[in-house]
Ligand binder design. Structure first.
Ligand code: ADE
Length: 262
């Protein structure tokens, strides 16, 4: 059965699943680490789906050329607009026609907006993502202007391509899908969810290598434990991430003002 001949039933089934579609010159890199552990199990159980689109399949010449030298000179190679355009157009048309969903198009690039937990959460709540991975010196600007992808960076460093960045984004999103992680509560308490880094964790044995776990955690006093963890989270955030701490303080004073006004 061809892609365009999906039955109605299968169509419905597919449209309900969080869908990742990755445009890449290296489809063999996938699922890679996304096929293991929690994400891999969830993939096997049909909680999300992963499809790669080989950009090279859209090259039209006999050598299957996908890149060329930068116009104006300079090092490296740039991905050709005609080839990338054909790949994006085909991927978009396929998902819209076969599965009735419009996925947000994301281009992984160090020039993009930094990825945040907030953006990951919104993506996980949506139908999925169409992820465009670049290689070499990047992609011809004209095809980016045409398709207007959201440009996302995973940090201020340069990877050799967008594939690992795409996997980072997928890992962060897939673990938030319903049913992927057993306990919803563990998601609520982790780093960034309240705008703070996470407090330190301990487990048994109570005395290890001459070091005891903090007494308060053994007290069974839930309110004291909560307050201790909160104070630790605040201290770690203040020390390590003054940028996050500033945002956190701002949001706290806004919340205080709202409380006073109401
Ligand atoms: N491609 C190369 N480097 C990248 C980065 N830091 N983030 C996202 N995509 C990239």
């Amino acid at each position: 059965m061809g892609r365009s001949e999906l039955t109605g039933e299968l169509k419905d089934e597919l449209s309900g699943v969080w869908k990742a579609k990755v445009l890449t010159l290296f489809p063999e890199m996938f699922p890679g680490p996304m096929g293991a552990s929690l994400a891999g199990q969830a993939l096997e159980n049909g909680l999300w789906s992963l499809e790669t689109v080989d950009i090279r399949a859209f090259a039209r010449d006999k050598h299957r050329t996908v890149d060329d030298t930068p116009t104006g000179g300079g090092a490296g190679m740039v991905m050709r607009p005609d080839v990338v355009d054909a790949a994006i157009t085909a991927a978009r048309e396929n998902t819209e026609k076969d599965q009735g969903v419009k996925l947000p198009l994301i281009y992984l690039t160090p020039k993009g907006k930094p990825l945040t937990q907030g953006r990951v959460r919104t993506l996980a709540e949506g139908p999925g993502a169409l992820l465009l991975c670049g290689r070499y010196e990047g992609i011809d600007q004209r095809v980016l202007d045409k398709h207007q992808p959201e440009e996302i960076s995973i940090g201020d460093f340069v990877l050799s391509g967008g594939e690992i960045a795409a996997m980072v984004l997928l890992d962060a999103a897939v673990r938030l899908l319903p049913g992927v992680i057993g306990s919803e509560a563990s998601l609520e308490e982790e780093s960034f969810e309240a705008g703070l880094l996470e407090y330190p964790q301990f487990t048994r044995p109570r005395d290890w290598d001459g070091k005891e776990v903090p007494e308060v955690l053994l007290s069974g006093h839930h309110e004291n434990i909560r307050a201790w963890r909160r104070a630790q989270a605040e201290q770690i955030t203040r020390q390590r991430r003054p940028d996050l701490w500033q945002d956190f303080e701002k949001s706290q004073s806004q919340a205080d003002r709202k409380r006073i006004e109401s």
